[in-house]
Design a protein. Structure first.
Length: 292
């Protein structure tokens, strides 16, 4: 027996449809034979006919046969549409989308394969028609009877539950990560505020020290300009300047210690220390110049 590459259930469905098609085809042939027999019984009653009479009989026969064949072809097309409707309805109940390839309907190789299958099936069915009269029944449309689809749906539902559980876990982790991020951002803002306050204080101290140094430098310049006016006043002023220098040194030392305490954790500490070192060298140089 020839096979169509289908499982047993679907092949039985094909056999059932082919029996229906064979029955309809036989009825159509009987109708055509009846048309010819009616012509013989009603018109062929004389021994001789003219050409016009023969043409008239053939035209009438053609019209009748054409009408019958056209009616059967239309009915066959509508029957196929109803068959496709049943299949598509069952597929839509399982959310499936079936596709058809119309080009295969004219594939001669496939048509010959179907013809061989029909011949072999018809022969085998005639052999066992008397022994096994029971015919398979079609499954109801609302039940489907597809165990594979049921398993697929169950598997998809299980995968859906797993994905939902995984999504909840990811959402929990994301919420925790966002909370941690918020805490870190707050800590960073607090640290930036503290560093900003320390930087402002350091800048203020540096400005005050620079102002003192600038004032001292101006005072030194004024003293040096006035040395030619009064030597005695210069000596007294020199003593006063020495005392002021000592005070400034004390202030610078105290300021340096205070800055070391404030800036020992900042990047500006080294820069300030270098500035103080240079200022001390300038003061020493001024002292040497004053001594001279």
């Amino acid at each position: 027996q020839a096979e169509l590459g289908l499982n047993e259930h679907h092949q039985n469905e094909v056999v059932s449809y082919m029996r229906f098609a064979r029955f309809k085809r036989g009825m159509c042939l009987k109708t055509v034979d009846s048309c010819f027999q009616n012509l013989k019984d009603s018109r062929l009653v004389e021994e001789t006919f003219t050409v016009d009479e023969v043409i008239d009989m053939l035209d009438g026969l053609q019209s009748v046969v054409r009408s019958e064949v056209e009616s059967e072809l239309i009915n066959a097309a509508y029957t196929n549409v109803l068959l496709l409707r049943q299949l598509f309805s069952q597929a839509e109940k399982w959310y499936l989308k079936l596709q058809t390839d119309v080009s295969d309907l004219e594939n001669r190789e496939l048509l010959d394969q179907v013809a061989v299958f029909e011949k072999s099936e018809y022969t085998s069915s005639n052999e066992k028609s008397t022994a096994d009269p029971i015919k398979p029944k079609l499954a109801p449309l609302n039940e489907g009877g597809s165990e594979l689809l049921n398993k697929t749906v169950a598997h998809l539902q299980e995968e859906n539950e797993k994905l939902k559980s995984r999504l909840r876990t990811i959402e929990t982790q994301a919420t925790a990560a966002l909370d941690e991020k918020s805490k870190l951002e707050k800590s960073l803002r607090d640290l930036q505020m503290i560093q900003g306050d320390q930087k402002n204080n350091a800048n203020q101290d540096i400005t005050e020290l620079e102002n003192k140094v600038a004032a001292l430098k101006s005072q030194f310049e004024k003293t040096l300009n006035d040395t030619t006016a009064n030597q005695k006043f210069l000596e007294e002023d020199l003593m006063t300047t020495k005392h002021d220098l000592l005070k400034v040194q004390d202030q610078l030392s105290a300021a340096e210690k205070e800055l070391e305490k404030k800036f020992q954790q900042t990047a500006a500490y080294r820069n300030m220390k270098e500035i103080l070192t240079r200022k001390n060298e300038q003061i020493k140089d001024l002292r040497r110049r004053l001594s001279k």
